[in-house]
Design a protein around this ligand. Structure first.
Ligand SMILES: NC(=O)c1ccc[n+]([C@@H]2O[C@H](COP(=O)([O-])OP(=O)(O)OC[C@H]3O[C@@H](n4cnc5c(N)ncnc54)[C@H](OP(=O)(O)O)[C@@H]3O)[C@@H](O)[C@H]2O)c1
Length: 255
């Protein structure tokens, strides 16, 4: 049973990579499925706060359910429990704090909401089942340079992501729904500083976990957020004549 599930988790990880590429392609072709690009229409939408809280919650709830309902044999190992904690800390912030700080966020189209929720179930299961049941690390993995550098990247990435989302949020006064040029923090260097933080965060997690499952999630995030960042960058250049031309899209000084 165990080798069969281990094989399944590898297949799910490679599928996640394929979903990242496909999602990037679909977003590139039909980007009017989220945020500022949704056109007013009669289609069903979920209010921003409810959408973010509910769609991200499975990434927190599924791992907790997996660990409570199954033996979770490997979680008594420090590397496994730290890595799962890294995943849960992010999603506790994303589903329990981030939604309630949103100011004037656009309602999320129902299909986007459903797809995001399904992805969170999928990824929550993949990461938590792998770490709680299958991942084997040496006892001294927590002092391995890959783990240490990965953990630092994860932490720095998360702080950049949270700080950048905070800057975006504070562009609006209560009740406002329009858009302004973001200033400060890494926005002085890139259009999508919040996405840059998120990509660094999950690359750090991938490095620290040194697993197909961890890297697959980092790759998926990179594919989706790179496409969104390119679209945002183009949008700012078209909308604001005084948009700083030297800003890169997502990676400071590079791209
Ligand atoms: N891991 C993944 O694959 C993944 C995928 C998607 C998102 N995320 C993360 O989820 C978070 C939110 O993502 P998102 O795509 O919604 O980010 P976003 O497009 O940058 O928007 C974030 C929030 O700030 C507002 N906002 C953005 N630019 C603004 C501006 N110039 N002026 C005023 N308000 C502005 C948006 O309002 P509107 O809603 O009105 O546009 C929204 O409420 C980010 O931290 C991102 O990294 C992760």
């Amino acid at each position: 049973m165990e080798p069969a599930e281990r094989f399944l988790l590898d297949v799910l990880a490679y599928l996640q990579c394929a979903m990242g590429l496909l999602g990037s392609l679909v977003l590139g072709l039909a980007d009017s499925v989220y945020g500022r690009y949704t056109s007013p229409g009669p289609d069903l939408r979920v209010p921003a706060r409810a959408a973010w809280a509910l769609q991200e919650l499975p990434s927190l709830a599924v791992p907790l359910w997996v660990c409570a309902r199954t033996a979770a044999e490997r979680l008594h190992r420090a590397p496994n429990s730290i890595l799962l904690a890294m995943f849960l800390v992010h999603y506790a912030q994303r589903s329990l704090i981030f939604p309630f700080l949103i100011r004037g966020g656009k309602p999320v189209p129902l299909p986007t909401f459903v797809l995001a929720s399904m992805f969170c179930v999928y990824n929550g299961y993949l990461q938590s089942r792998y770490l709680s049941q299958h991942a084997v690390y040496a006892d001294d993995w927590v002092t391995d340079p890959r783990f240490l550098v990965g953990f630092c990247l994860w932490l720095i990435g998360m702080l950049v992501n949270i700080h950048s989302d905070h800057i975006l949020r504070n562009l609006r006064k209560p009740g406002e729904t329009g858009y302004k040029i973001p200033r400060g923090g890494l926005f002085e260097y890139v259009t999508a500083a919040n996405y840059f933080g998120e990509v660094v965060e999950w690359c750090g997690y991938g490095l620290a976990s040194w697993s197909v499952q961890g890297w697959a999630f980092a790759f998926f995030t990179f594919c989706i957020l790179l496409t969104r960042a390119q679209r945002h960058h183009q949008w700012y250049l078209e909308k604001f004549e005084d948009y700083p031309k030297f800003r890169k899209i997502i990676i400071p000084f590079l791209f």
